[in-house]
Design a protein around this ligand. Structure first.
Ligand code: FAD
Length: 500
């Protein structure tokens, strides 16, 4: 195949990839971004770019014949998932033996599908997770830079108290307060001004029309509208879509060769290509980047990669659960899909948990309070690559650590409110869904597989900028931290590594 050259290549267009692309473009470096998903900018026959969570179609899921929503059932009935035709849909569920990882596919990566919660962790916990990073500099420079470029905004507290659409959050807050627990507002990248206009009927509905998880048609500042739009606007950045990087290796004179497979909407490989570049930035996410590096190490393409590549992976302690409320505690048929509040019990050293109050918009009253708990699970797993496939050592017992921590907290909440768990939501009569994560972290941990700035050990001009740098746990939702760390890497690399 022909070798297409660019000074810099970025793999993936999630947070890590988007930051790299923008800062390279601004530095005048011609850059190609290679993204396996599609560009989500053209409407289907229904006039919409994305489908809703309540009526998912082929656009929802990455090459499946049936959707694979996290919340699989309601009243034990298989009402949620739908048969679909295979297509490069926006949400993927990557299944390993005992753990599924949800991730976004498309220009914008996880920002297309996620809840938009833009949380900065406690400085003390950040410092514990990243002992070699200057926390003062992160909190004075890189976190603020990330938040402003991402378009993070707070909800108007007065509107929150008044609107029907957040009754579900207020009910959960009341139950937390009755337990003696603290709740906190969580900022978001969804434009709350737009959401208020949705309620007023002066803007098209998205968060108030059950959109999220499979994309938002309005209101959300996903990366394609922020970092990536700015990157392309520099005139130096080109994004190639439906192009999956399959291998990387060394080229001549310290360059890299990146091999890709271009696919069509049916998933057929229509072209195999090779690119040459001087600088290679990996932003394929925790699973995507770790897989590429492991494949390169195990096949001998990049044999000097550190032994720690593939290690230090965790789920950010994710567990999902639902509680059944009393009949008088209605959560509302109207629910915004954008979460804005969390129960913050992270300071409880005996059982640190931060639990997001999650919506369950079904268009009817269901008396369910749903949560995504982030627990301080210290368990870590290792990826391995052999025979062309990636495996993950995570076990059910490691997940049980997360659900036991969530149970401790929510048993207290149930006791204080005389309520019980819901067993009908996740299949298998379980109260806790601990077999999937929204927050895959690690695999190429900062300061172990890379230096303290994401430069991959053993090679030069090869960088990791995504969630694989985070050592398995953050205590809060991760994308602001991933963005801020990528900003820190780019600031350093553009000064030190690109001098002529
Ligand atoms: P990603 O955003 O995953 O981007 C990686 C990109 O690289 C993807 O577009 C992928 O298609 C592409 N890619 C991967 N491999 C290849 C390859 N070989 N070739 C070409 N392209 C490739 N976090 C929060 O902070 N707040 C939230 O509210 C929140 N809610 C979430 C809800 C859901 C349903 C999910 C799934 C996640 C949520 N997250 C949330 C997590 C957050 O989205 C991720 O932490 C974040 O997207 C990770 O960023 P990243 O840069 O590491 O990789």
């Amino acid at each position: 195949p022909a070798l297409d050259n660019a000074p810099a290549i970025v793999v993936g267009s999630g947070y890590g990839g988007a930051v790299a692309a923008l800062r390279l473009g601004q530095a005048g470096i011609r850059t190609i971004v290679l993204e396996m998903g599609r560009l989500w900018n053209s409407a289907g026959p229904d006039g919409k770019v994305f489908c809703s969570t309540t009526a998912p179609d082929h656009r929802s899921t990455w090459f499946r014949t049936r959707t694979e929503a996290p919340l699989a059932t309601f009243l034990w009935l298989d009402l949620v998932n739908k048969d679909i035709s295979p297509y490069p849909g926006v949400l993927d569920r990557v299944r390993f033996a005992h753990m599924s990882v949800y991730c976004g596919r498309g220009v914008g990566g996880g920002s297309l599908v996620n809840g938009g919660m833009a949380v900065t962790p406690l400085k003390s916990y950040f410092a514990e997770q990243f002992p070699t990073v200057d926390a003062d500099e992160m909190y004075s420079t890189y976190y603020p830079r990330a938040r402003s470029q991402l378009g993070v905004n707070p909800i108007d507290p007065a509107w929150f108290e008044a609107t029907d659409w957040y009754r579900f959050s207020r009910v959960s807050r009341k139950h937390a307060e009755r337990t003696g627990l603290r709740t906190t507002f969580v900022p978001n990248v969804y434009d709350f001004g737009h959401m208020q206009r949705e309620e007023a009927g002066t803007a098209p509905k998205s968060a108030l029309a059950a959109e999220l998880l499979y994309g938002n048609n309005h209101g959300k500042r996903s990366l394609d509208k922020t970092y990536l739009a700015a990157a392309v606007g520099t005139g130096n950045v080109t994004i190639h879509t439906l192009e999956r990087v399959s291998a990387i290796r060394l080229g001549e004179g310290g360059t890299y060769v990146v091999q890709t497979q271009r696919i069509d909407n049916a998933g057929n490989v229509v072209e195999t290509k090779e690119y040459g570049c001087g600088y290679l930035f990996l932003g394929g996410g925790s699973v995507g980047t770790t897989e590429l590096l492991l494949r390169a190490r195990e096949t001998g393409a990049l044999p000097d990669l550190d032994a720690s590549v593939g290690t230090g992976w965790g789920t950010n302690g994710n567990v999902m659960l639902g509680r059944a409320n009393h009949l008088w505690d209605t959560v509302g048929a109207h629910q915004s899909t954008v979460p804005v509040m969390g129960i913050d019990d992270w300071a409880n050293t005996a059982n640190p948990v931060f639990a997001e109050i999650a919506p369950l918009p079904m268009g009817l009253e269901h008396w369910v309070s749903l949560y995504l708990a982030i627990t301080k699970n210290q368990e870590r797993a290792t990826f391995s690559y052999s025979g062309g496939s990636l495996a993950l050592s995570w076990t059910a017992a490691q997940s049980a650590v997360s659900s036991a921590m969530a149970k401790k907290l929510f048993d207290r909440i149930n006791r204080a409110n005389a309520t019980i768990y819901r067993y009908d939501l996740f299949g298998g009569n379980r109260a806790f869904a601990d077999d999937f994560t929204y927050h895959p972290l690690g695999g190429c941990v900062l300061g172990r597989a890379t230096d303290d700035y994401g430069r991959v050990k053993g090679y030069s001009k090869l960088y990791v900028t995504d969630g694989s740098l985070v050592p398995g746990s953050l205590g809060v939702n991760p994308f602001v931290t991933i963005t801020a760390l990528a900003e820190r890497t780019m600031a350093r690399v553009l000064v030190e590594d690109t001098a002529p």
